[in-house]
Every structure is written in C-alpha cells, then in structure tokens.
Design a protein around this ligand. Structure first.
Ligand code: HEC
Ligand code: HEC
Length: 375
C-alpha cells in the first residue's frame, strides 16, 4: 500500500517535472522523437557581406541544437559550485565580453586576461588572445575546467546534466543521445557560431557608400583606411593605417592571415608572451589575436590585459605611444618609419567617430542570443 502511494507520488512528480516550463518556449511535454529541425546556414550568415564561412561538416545547425547550446551557455550548472555561467563573463550587452579589466571566475579567482568579445566566430580560424585553439568545440572545455574560471570536472558535469530534465529532453531532441559532454560541446559550438553581428551603420555603408557618413566620420574613415603618409607642409599624417589589421567588413583580417596575430607595439618586453608561449618561438613573443572592432564602443576595457579603459586611450596609444623598439613589432606598424603618428585632437575625434559607427545595437539586444532562463 505504502509502496503504491510512493509510486503514485513519483509518477506525479515525474510528470510535473516534464510539464511545460513557462520560461522555456521550446520545452514541451510530448514524447520526444529524434528528428531535429535542420537550419539552412545561408539563413544564419550574411553571405553577401561576409561570404560563407567554413563550417564543421559534422555538426549541422538545428533549432534544437542551437537552443540546447544557448541554455548551456547561460547555465551556472556548468561551474563546480553552480555560481557562474559562460554568460557571466560574456555579456550580450557588451558584445559578449564584460566590463572588468580581468575576468573573475569561481571563488573570486582572477582570470589572467580580458574576456574576449564573441561574434562572427565562424569567420575566425584561431581562438583566444594567443590563438591557441582552432575549434570552438575543443575550446569550450578550457573555461569549464580552468581552476580560476568554472573549475568543473567533466564526469561531474555529465552527471549533473544527466539528472536535469531539460537536458535529458534536449540532448535527445538535438542529438538523439543522453546528456554527455561531447554533444554538449557540439551544442555550444552551434550556438557560438550563430552569434552574427552585421547590423552596424558601418556594415550598412562599407565598402562603398561613404556618403552615408557625416563629415567627422568620413574623415575618420579616411584615416582608418589610409596609409601613413606625412604631409610635407603640415607634417600631419593623412592616414593612420588601421585597415591592414582591422580591415574588411568584419573589421578584422581573417585569421591567421596577415594581421590575424600581431604585435601592435604595446610592450618592449612581454610579461604575457601571448602566441610566443604557445609556439615557444622567440619571434612570436607579444603577438596576440587581432580583435574585430565591430561593437568596439561597448567592449571596454581594451587589449588582452584590459590595460586601456577607454577608446581615447587606445587612440592615444596608436597616435603617440607605439613602442617601435619592441623586438617583434609587426611590419605593418614598423612601416610607419618608426615615427609616432601624432594625430591632432580633431583627427583623434574623427577616428573615434568612425569607430562608433561600428556598433550593432540590434545584435546587442537580439532576443535569439539572450538568456533563455530570464524572461
Ligand atoms: C571567468 C570568466 C569566463 C568564463 C566563465 C568563460 N569565459 Fe570565455 N573567455 C574568458 C577570457 C578571459 C577569455 C580570453 C582568454 C584567453 O585568451 O586566454 C575568453 C575567451 C573565450 C573565447 C575566445 C574568443 C575568440 O575570439 O578568440 C570563446 C569562444 C569563449 N571564451 C567562450 C566561452 C564559453 C563557451 C564559456 C562557457 C563554457 C566561457 N567562455 C566561459 C573568460 C571567461
Ligand atoms: C599590426 C596590426 C595592427 C594595426 C596596424 C592596428 N591594430 Fe589595433 N590591434 C591589433 C592587435 C594585435 C590588437 C590586440 C593587442 C593585444 O591585446 O595585445 C589590437 C587591438 C586594438 C583595439 C582593442 C580591441 C579590444 O577588443 O580590446 C582597438 C580599439 C584597436 N586595436 C584599434 C586600432 C586602430 C584605431 C588602429 C589604427 C590607428 C589599429 N588598431 C591598428 C593589431 C593592429
């Protein structure tokens, strides 16, 4: 008798937990059949503007896979004490970076670099400031297991996911599997690849329609896209040559092509060796991944160590403080004849005005990328 009551209770509780979660539009109570809804990648990527990226051949986008990845991205369950999620250090309103100089992980421990912004990752071939990862699928295991980020172990994570109804349901729907960390990494990869930013004013006028700019922005665009050339009479440079490294519609040369990984003259010796620590090659010391400048107005502080609090400080660096004696400085920087650009106050303001056209407000508020647990 008691047993039957208990069984009844379990069934009721079981059914209850399967009930539609009002916060979660896609979780339903109906029995699941493995039949994911495939998404055509040409509907995700702005092929006309950025071209078609090279995508993993064994991880097709599905509605269920992307949604699973989105839940995982925002789920603090991925950290050992369930205190932080990927979304804690990668915030949508900041183009998926955060406003701290260095990130704070679990137990208040500090990460050693500034959080990267996340968008148009499908067009990147190398990830992290030191370009140490080539696939997002492998990358996600780093923050999950890093002692100063999420400090999680994979067996424990698999166990936690396997006990959670929404994941039992969604791993089944997306991959026809029980919760496991391999498919977890594929779901996160799907979600990360869908983060596309191409709605800024810059992306509307680039490359041709400069008439859509006001005068200051136009002058800034000329500086950004012009080669360094000092006028014989005024002594002023007519170009600041940013485009060699931050060029194109992505405002970032495709990695690892020219400009993909470079030393932009911040330091003479290298407390953080960057790419050089990965390759062990002294010629690679102080080289870091060139970030895209899309959404740059909301991603402060800047550089791999967050050393610059404002865009003005960044522009001052390129104008007045480039370390031309830095042993591995990029040839693109050294092409300035080792002469500081010495931009005028007006030129600095123009350059900044141009950078401000790169903000994609639709991306920063796109509900498809938002925390699905908060509605
Ligand atoms: C404690 C804060 C923190 C957490 C939590 C965190 N990240 Fe990060 N993320 C960072 C930092 C810092 C970097 C730069 C690290 C580096 O370059 O060495 C980074 C870099 C990245 C990059 C590289 C982007 C690029 O363009 O090179 C990706 C992708 C990424 N994180 C995704 C994730 C995902 C997915 C999760 C959750 C599984 C996550 N992060 C959790 C702080 C965090
Ligand atoms: C030689 C290649 C190169 C050139 C030329 C160059 N940059 Fe950079 N830029 C980089 C690299 C590499 C970084 C990251 C460096 C680091 O964090 O150590 C960077 C970082 C930045 C950042 C910070 C991005 C962030 O997310 O933290 C801004 C803003 C920026 N550059 C603007 C400019 C402007 C404006 C110009 C022209 C005056 C310019 N850059 C010229 C390579 C370059």
């Amino acid at each position: 008798m008691n047993r039957i009551v208990l069984l009844g209770l379990c069934l009721t509780l079981g059914l209850w937990s399967c009930k539609k979660d009002p916060k979660d539009p896609l979780v339903g109570g109906e029995p699941t059949v493995y039949k994911p809804t495939v998404i055509d990648p040409t509907s995700i990527f702005p092929v006309g503007k950025f071209g078609m990226p090279t995508l993993p051949s064994d991880n097709p986008f599905t509605v269920e896979g992307v949604y699973l990845g989105r839940m995982l991205f925002y789920d603090p369950m991925l950290s050992f004490d369930s205190s932080i999620s990927c979304g804690s250090c990668h915030r949508q309103e900041n183009a998926f970076t955060e406003t701290k100089r260095l990130s704070t992980g679990i137990y208040g421990l500090q990460a050693n670099r500034n959080s990267s912004s996340l968008y148009n990752l499908a067009y990147s071939k190398k990830f992290f400031w030191d370009a140490r990862q080539s696939t997002l699928r492998e990358l996600v295991f780093e923050p999950i297991q890093a002692h100063n980020e999420m400090a999680m172990t994979l067996p424990l994570l698999a166990k936690k996911l396997g006990r959670t109804q929404r994941y039992i349901e969604y791993f089944d729907k997306a991959f026809g599997s029980k919760p496991n960390v391999f498919d977890m990494s594929k779901a996160l990869e799907q979600f990360l690849l869908t983060l596309v930013s191409n709605g800024s004013r810059f992306n509307a006028f680039f490359p041709g329609k400069f008439s859509l700019l006001n005068d200051s922005e136009k002058r800034g665009a000329l500086l950004f896209n012009g080669l360094v050339d000092f006028d014989a009479v005024t002594g002023l440079t007519t170009g600041a040559d940013c485009f060699h490294c931050h060029g194109g519609g992505l405002a970032q040369q495709n990695n690892p092509d020219m400009g993909g990984i470079a030393n932009n003259g911040l330091d003479g010796n290298f407390p953080d060796k960057g790419y050089g620590a990965i390759t062990g090659n002294p010629a690679d010391r102080g080289l870091f991944k060139t970030p895209s400048l899309l959404n740059i107005s909301v991603t402060a502080p800047y550089m791999h160590d967050g050393r610059f609090a404002t865009l003005d400080e960044v522009i001052d660096h390129y104008s007045d403080n480039v370390n031309y004696l830095s042993p591995t400085i990029s040839p693109m920087m050294a092409a300035h004849g080792n002469r500081q650009l010495k931009l005028t106050v007006q030129q600095k303001a123009d350059l900044k005005a141009f950078l401000m056209t790169m903000t994609d407000t639709a991306f920063l508020a796109n509900p498809a990328y938002a925390n699905p647990f908060k509605k």
